[in-house]
Design a protein around this ligand. Structure first.
Ligand code: DON
Length: 307
């Protein structure tokens, strides 16, 4: 109870410190995302023993976007094993933007599963395993991690599917190099849908807390991810989760995290805390400005850095 009170004070303090900061821009390359409200700013923490605190617009839903990537990567590792997945996706930071068309020189693999090329490959692998049930499998796993049945945003999905020419180009390049099987359009369709799954800060902090709690949702007590794969998911988030800001994030904040272009950030404090923020105003690398500021302060305040 005491823990809950001081965590609530902390989240309120950090939220109010950054609420009036309107730096950054809303993503517009997926037309539907441009409708986001720049005033929306929410945060939630879920501890490994299931306590929840929230501040601001923590119940406003937004599309999960790239925060889906470590989760589908974990599912692919469980389905195929590390060695098989490693034939098609690397684990090296690319130093490039999330939508980069670059592939590794000798292997032609995407650099890692956090850039679009890697995430599309992972979804194509899941499609090989689950076929037409793939999106259902993804939705059920994400829902188990969030602790409630999630839905997806039909309008954002259609908007991205209609305008996602760059992702289509990436997928066909991957097909050219034999990194994905020839059902490219089916894999892309699932990828666009997985990015359109709706979460709020409470959901996202619960997903983060599930990872921090070694794969078991601390609120519902459901085993969601294989404990051995959680280590892989967190390692990739630590090195590649914030795109070409990952190095600076590791330096300043020092915990695994993943951002998405709709404005969510999910951070994981191993065995202790899941953190989520939402604010659609992004910096030039596609990360939420308020999210970065709040997490940087939080890490300093609580000494969260792993080193
Ligand atoms: O594929 C895309 O471009 C989006 N659906 C997801 C990208 C994303 O969230 C990048 N985040 N910073």
């Amino acid at each position: 109870m005491k823990e809950q009170v001081w965590l609530q004070e902390l989240i309120d303090h950090l939220h109010s410190k950054h609420a009036s900061n309107f730096e950054g821009e809303i993503a517009t390359y997926i037309p539907e995302l441009s409708k986001a409200d720049p005033a929306h700013f929410g945060a939630a923490f879920v501890t490994s023993n299931g306590s929840i605190v929230e501040a601001g617009t923590a119940d406003v839903c937004f599309t999960i976007q790239s925060i889906s990537k470590p989760l589908t990567y974990g599912m692919a590792l469980e389905a195929f094993g590390e060695d098989e997945v490693a034939k098609y996706v690397g684990v090296e930071p690319s130093g490039d933007a999330f939508n980069s068309i670059e592939l590794e020189k000798l292997s032609n693999r995407p650099f890692n599963p956090m850039v679009n090329a890697g995430a599309i490959t992972v979804t194509a692998m899941l499609y090989q395993k689950y076929g037409d049930n793939t999106f259902h499998e993804i939705m059920s796993r994400f829902s188990a991690a969030a602790g409630r049945q999630l839905e997806f945003d039909e309008d954002v999905y259609r908007s991205e599917s209609r305008t996602g020419h760059r992702n289509r180009a990436i997928a066909y390049l991957l097909l050219n190099f034999g990194m994905v099987p020839d059902q490219v359009e089916a894999a892309l369709d699932i990828y666009f849908k997985q990015c359109s799954i709706l979460v709020n800060c409470r959901d996202l902090a619960t997903i983060a807390a599930t990872l921090s709690n070694l794969g078991k949702n601390p609120v519902t007590q459901t085993e969601v991810f294989d404990i051995d794969r959680v280590k892989d998911m967190l390692s990739i988030m630590f090195t590649c989760g914030m795109y070409d800001y990952s190095g600076q994030w590791a330096y300043r904040v020092g915990v695994p995290a993943k951002s998405g272009v709709s404005g969510g950030v999910m951070s994981v404090v191993n065995r202790q805390l899941g953190i989520a923020t939402y604010s659609p105003l992004l910096d030039s690398k596609g990360n939420s400005c308020r999210g970065i500021r709040l997490c940087t302060d939080l890490a300093q305040e609580l000494g969260l850095h792993v080193f």
